[in-house]
Design a protein around this ligand. Structure first.
Ligand SMILES: *[C@@H]1O[C@H](CO)[C@@H](O)[C@H](O)[C@H]1NC(C)=O
Ligand SMILES: *[C@@H]1O[C@H](CO)[C@@H](O)[C@H](O)[C@H]1NC(C)=O
Ligand SMILES: *[C@@H]1O[C@H](CO)[C@@H](O)[C@H](O)[C@H]1NC(C)=O
Ligand SMILES: *[C@@H]1O[C@H](CO)[C@@H](O)[C@H](O)[C@H]1NC(C)=O
Ligand SMILES: *[C@@H]1O[C@H](CO)[C@@H](O)[C@H](O)[C@H]1NC(C)=O
Ligand SMILES: *[C@@H]1O[C@H](CO)[C@@H](O)[C@H](O)[C@H]1NC(C)=O
Ligand SMILES: *[C@@H]1O[C@H](CO)[C@@H](O)[C@H](O)[C@H]1NC(C)=O
Ligand SMILES: *[C@@H]1O[C@H](CO)[C@@H](O)[C@H](O)[C@H]1NC(C)=O
Ligand SMILES: *[C@@H]1O[C@H](CO)[C@@H](O)[C@H](O)[C@H]1NC(C)=O
Ligand SMILES: *[C@@H]1O[C@H](CO)[C@@H](O)[C@H](O)[C@H]1NC(C)=O
Length: 882
């Protein structure tokens, strides 16, 4: 028996080794990968294709790339991997690229990977690597790219790193390195990228030897505790494109030498240091501009070609230093420059008319310097400019008529200068959010055209010499700040313009009169109608449209043609649930008594009882007839297929040439809007937060998960129905798909101006976006936090909740004034958290609104933990225009 076994074993092992010889390299590479996998924890089963049981060749496994059937590259970025990095991986003879970035590997620097003889790139960025850099790091001598950024590596940088002389990229950014950076760079001659940024415990001068790195393109040393001067050797960095030395403790001046290394730069950032002195003459001089003085006016339509230096410069940041002297004026007309920041220095000089040549300029910040001269006309020709901030300088003269002509301009701050003349009519900058012209010597009237800027939110005209009355139209804006104090304004102040704002924003205008002011108006009828009108419009829009619990469950589709053509025209109906009702039953059931919505934007809503005794809600839409029966059916079917517990089900529809009846499940407990409108409205905080989360989930589902992606386009509390347990369901969604875009637009346009659920950009953009839904959702959140209806009339003045809240949170402790007092103070932190989310959702600038997915996540984390109050950070826009 024993003998037989030995024999069998021999046969088997011979067979096995024969097999092995046959495909030695390939089977062993698969084994190497499997043994590497064996020590890794793969919680998401991201490496499930790495298996010897499937027929997939290992070169086709997740993250593997081969050359001639031999593994050369492993890229397992962002798979939440943890566990051990087995040295077995180095048995892959030809492995040259290993990227394990954005995982959870928790260990010291894996020196054993230096045994990988062909390895050129090792990327362990954003893991949990800890410990010091061992002397033996020099074993990685053959590496070209080493990225250990965003880990927890601490201690000194060892001299032995100087032996990594093949390195082209060295990134040790965002770690906990400390001490002095040794002079290790003279032998790293191939280095193109050196990143030691965000190591706050470094305490070092910038090594002179960095200046020897002639191939260096990117030098990133920001936020790392560097002090002393910028070495003169930097003059040799001729290839440099990105230089970031910001947020250190650097002192001294910018040498002529450094300026010569600027010529090829794309980004230059030395902000937030203690640098001083003036910029050397001739920096970035463009050929053809060299001999022009900064005062020459070359604004004449044709801009000289800037074929000179710095032609690639996009970002120039020198703010928060102690620089003085004339600001390098050639910067103003560079063809690619996007960002110029020089605030909080002592720069002098003028902005030349040639600024019109900076055709890509987006942001200029010069506040708190000694710039002088006039605001150039050329500014209006820069169509990409969205921020121009130059407060606390010595600009004088009149504002050019065109200064705000950039179609994307959103922040203008020229406060605390010596500007005179009138404020020009600003009509072209339709995206202007913040305008401050405070503390100048402006005269004349406040231009009424300001009221036509749809998103203007912060307006500070205080401390000027303005006369005349306050334009009535301004009350149509959602102004969160309106300061006209210390002018010579006169006449009546529209109450709704200033309600909720501090009285000090009007003081110093002895001839103003009105409620809350020392002088009351002589002819005081006190009220005017515009507020009431808005409220009326709002009331009309708010449809009580109520739908109820699921009547039937099931999923089959029943398609029937009407047999009652003769009596009531040609009706076609499609039921997605077995409704056992005829069109005639529906029509008969839809009478005045069953009407529950008095006619919304898109049509009336009726409750109809089925023969079985159950009820459905039927919404009657006008058929604009631009859809064929077939496409209409396809569209409704698209909506009816939505299966989400927080979206009302569409049970079917029927339509004729004139009308479309949408049949929904009926929820008899009404809407969130109904609830909010009750005199004695009360709802526990937990229930409110749950409603917020569920509705956000439903919207996130429509936006991102449902195919096709849908927009709701009519989010408001009246369209959030509640069941007996306050479980919310969205209704009235995506009606644009049924009535058609044109009809939807024309209906919406008529209400756009007055509904405060509509985002401000409705005023100038017809595009349907997720951001519009998100804004409307933010308004609902505000209703939940404040316990107030978004639109209502308080003693004949209309309330727009966004304006109301924004005005209060801008004032110290105002945050606590907006929270619903009926909710226990123990929930205050969570309420403030939700308020913060709501303010982000209702941001004036669409790009700043979070996605619904982000909202869901933020709300859920509030639900699970009470967050620390953070009230000073409530407003993403500055409380004082900047
Ligand atoms: C497949 O791999 C597992 C673990 O790596 C090993 O236990 C098993 O014997 C292998 N199966 C085959 C058929 O090679
Ligand atoms: C990898 O998959 C592709 C496409 O599925 C196939 O063409 C290729 O032959 C596979 N490679 C190997 C080595 O099996
Ligand atoms: C590595 O690649 C070379 C050719 O590129 C090949 O000859 C060699 O066999 C490969 N090594 C392994 C272990 O597959
Ligand atoms: C990531 O992995 C850890 C275990 O290593 C696990 O606890 C966690 O749930 C995973 N996270 C995700 C999002 O998969
Ligand atoms: C890393 O592992 C150590 C020991 O296993 C553990 O104490 C530490 O919490 C881990 N770090 C992280 C960030 O998970
Ligand atoms: C390392 O991987 C991260 C994440 O993918 C990436 O951002 C980084 O650029 C990589 N590092 C290098 C040097 O390529
Ligand atoms: C640079 O290389 C030279 C010769 O290869 C060597 O003598 C010197 O020690 C190296 N310097 C550093 C700092 O590594
Ligand atoms: C700059 O130096 C001062 C003391 O000299 C220190 O308090 C401060 O933290 C340093 N700032 C930075 C950004 O390193
Ligand atoms: C300016 O440069 C452009 C290309 O960069 C060239 O086409 C044009 O002829 C130049 N104009 C002058 C006046 O040199
Ligand atoms: C306002 O005008 C008056 C005279 O009209 C002048 O005396 C005063 O200095 C001006 N104030 C400012 C701030 O310019």
């Amino acid at each position: 028996m024993a003998k037989f076994c030995t024999y069998l074993f021999l046969i088997l092992s011979v067979t096995f080794s024969t097999f092995n010889l046959g495909s030695s390299s390939s089977s062993s590479e698969a084994d190497i990968l499997l043994s590497f996998k064996a020590s890794i924890e793969d919680s998401r089963k991201a490496l499930s294709s790495w298996s010897n049981t499937t027929s997939t060749h290992y070169c086709n496994w997740t993250g593997i790339a081969c050359s001639s059937l031999s593994v050369t590259s492993i890229n397992l970025q962002k798979l939440n991997l943890s566990g051990e990095l087995s040295p077995s991986i180095c048995d892959l003879q030809n492995l040259s690229f290993l990227n394990l970035a954005d995982n959870k590997f928790n260990q010291s620097i894996p020196l054993h990977l230096s045994q990988c003889s062909s390895l050129e790139t090792l990327n362990l960025s954003n893991n949990l690597i800890w410990g010091t850099i061992p002397m033996q790091i020099s074993q990685f001598g053959s590496l070209k790219v080493l990225d250990f950024s965003r880990n927890y590596i601490e201690g000194d940088i060892p001299e032995s790193m100087g032996f990594l002389k093949n390195l082209q990229v060295l990134n040790m950014g965002s770690n906990l390195l400390s001490g002095d950076v040794p002079a290790i760079f003279m032998n790293l001659t191939k280095l193109a990228v050196l990143d030691l940024s965000e190591n706050p415990y470094l305490d070092s001068e910038i090594p002179e030897s960095i200046g020897e790195l002639g191939s260096l393109k990117q030098l990133l040393l920001h936020s790392s505790g560097f002090h002393g001067e910028i070495p003169d050797s930097f003059a040799n960095l001729r290839s440099l494109t990105h230089l970031d030395l910001s947020q250190n403790n650097l002192t001294g001046e910018i040498s002529q030498g450094l300026v010569s290394s600027l010529k090829n730069l794309v980004s230059f950032d030395v902000s937030q240091n203690k640098l001083s002195g003036s910029f050397p003459n001739g920096i970035c001089n463009a050929k053809g501009l060299v001999n022009l003085s900064p005062h020459t006016n070359i604004f004449s339509g044709s801009i000289p070609n800037t074929t000179g230096e710095c032609k690639n410069l996009e970002r120039f940041q020198v703010q928060n230093n102690e620089f003085a002297g004339d600001f390098p004026y050639s910067l103003w007309s560079l063809p690619k420059v996007k960002l110029i920041r020089a605030e909080n220095n002592r720069f002098s000089g003028q902005i030349p008319e040639s600024i019109s040549g900076a055709v890509q300029l987006e942001q200029v910040q010069l506040d708190n310097n000694s710039f002088a001269g006039k605001i150039p006309q050329g500014l209006g020709l820069v169509k990409s400019l969205y921020r121009f901030s130059a407060s606390l300088n010595r600009f004088y003269g009149e504002l050019p008529l065109s200064f705000c002509d950039s179609p994307v301009m959103s922040i203008v701050n020229l406060s605390h200068n010596s500007l005179s003349g009138q404020i020009p009519e600003l009509k072209k900058c339709r995206k202007l959010v913040s305008l401050s012209l405070a503390d100048n010597s402006l005269t004349g009237q406040i231009p009424p055209s300001l009221a036509e800027l749809p998103v203007l939110t912060y307006l500070d005209l205080s401390a000027n010499n303005l006369t005349g009355s306050i334009p009535l139209g301004l009350q149509n804006l959602k102004l969160a700040l309106f300061n006209v104090s210390f002018n010579q304004l006169s006449g009546k102040v529209p109450y709704s313009l200033i309600s909720g704002l501090p009285a000090s924003f009007l003081e110093g205008n002895p001839e103003l009169c009105g409620p809350g002011l020392p002088t009351s108006c002589s002819d005081d009828p006190r009220r005017h109608h515009s507020g009431g009108l808005t409220a009326l419009a709002c009331a009309l829009i708010s449809v009580a449209f109520v739908v109820g619990t699921a009547v039937f469950v099931g999923g089959f589709i029943l398609y029937r043609k009407s047999s009652k053509r003769n009596q009531i025209g040609v009706w076609r109906s499609v039921f997605f649930y077995p409704l056992r009702i005829t069109e005639q039953d529906l029509l008969i059931g839809m009478d005045e008594k069953s009407l529950i919505g008095n006619g919304g934007v898109f049509g009336k809503v009726y409750v109809v009882s089925l023969p079985s005794g159950e009820q459905v809600a039927v919404k009657k839409l006008v058929n604009f007839g631009n859809q064929t029966s077939k496409s209409l059916k396809a569209e409704v079917k698209t909506l009816a297929k939505i299966r989400h517990k927080n979206v009302v089900k569409i049970l079917g529809f029927c339509h004729s040439d004139e009308s479309i009846f949408l049949i929904y499940e009926y929820l008899q407990d009404g809407s969130l809007g109904d609830l909010l409108s009750r005199e004695n409205f009360e709802l526990q905080w937990e229930a409110r937060l749950r409603i917020a989360i569920r509705v956000a989930q439903a919207l996130a589902y429509l936006h991102k998960d449902y195919v096709p992606h849908l927009l709701h386009r009519n989010v408001k509390s009246r369209n959030i129905l509640l069941d007996a347990n306050f479980e919310p369901k969205l209704t009235d969604f995506a009606l644009d798909r049924i009535v058609g875009e044109a009809a939807f637009q024309s209906t919406v346009a008529s209400e756009a101006a007055s509904s405060c659920y509509n985002a401000p950009e409705c005023g100038y953009s017809k595009k349907a976006t997720e951001e519009l839904d998100i804004y409307s959702y933010g308004v609902v959140l505000l209703e939940l936090v404040t316990g107030k209806q978004a639109e209502q009339t308080v003693s004949t003045e209309s309330l727009d909740i966004v304006k109301w809240v924004r005005r209060r949170v801008n004032i110290t402790d105002g945050v606590y004034q907006v929270l619903d007092p009926k909710i226990s103070p123990s929930n205050q932190q969570e309420m403030i958290g939700v308020l913060e989310i709501a303010l982000h959702c209702t941001s004036v600038v669409p790009e700043k609104r979070p996605s619904m997915v982000e909202v869901v996540r933020a709300l859920q984390s509030l639900e699970s933990q009470t967050i620390a109050a953070n009230s000073h950070d409530l407003n993403e826009e500055p409380s004082i225009p900047i």
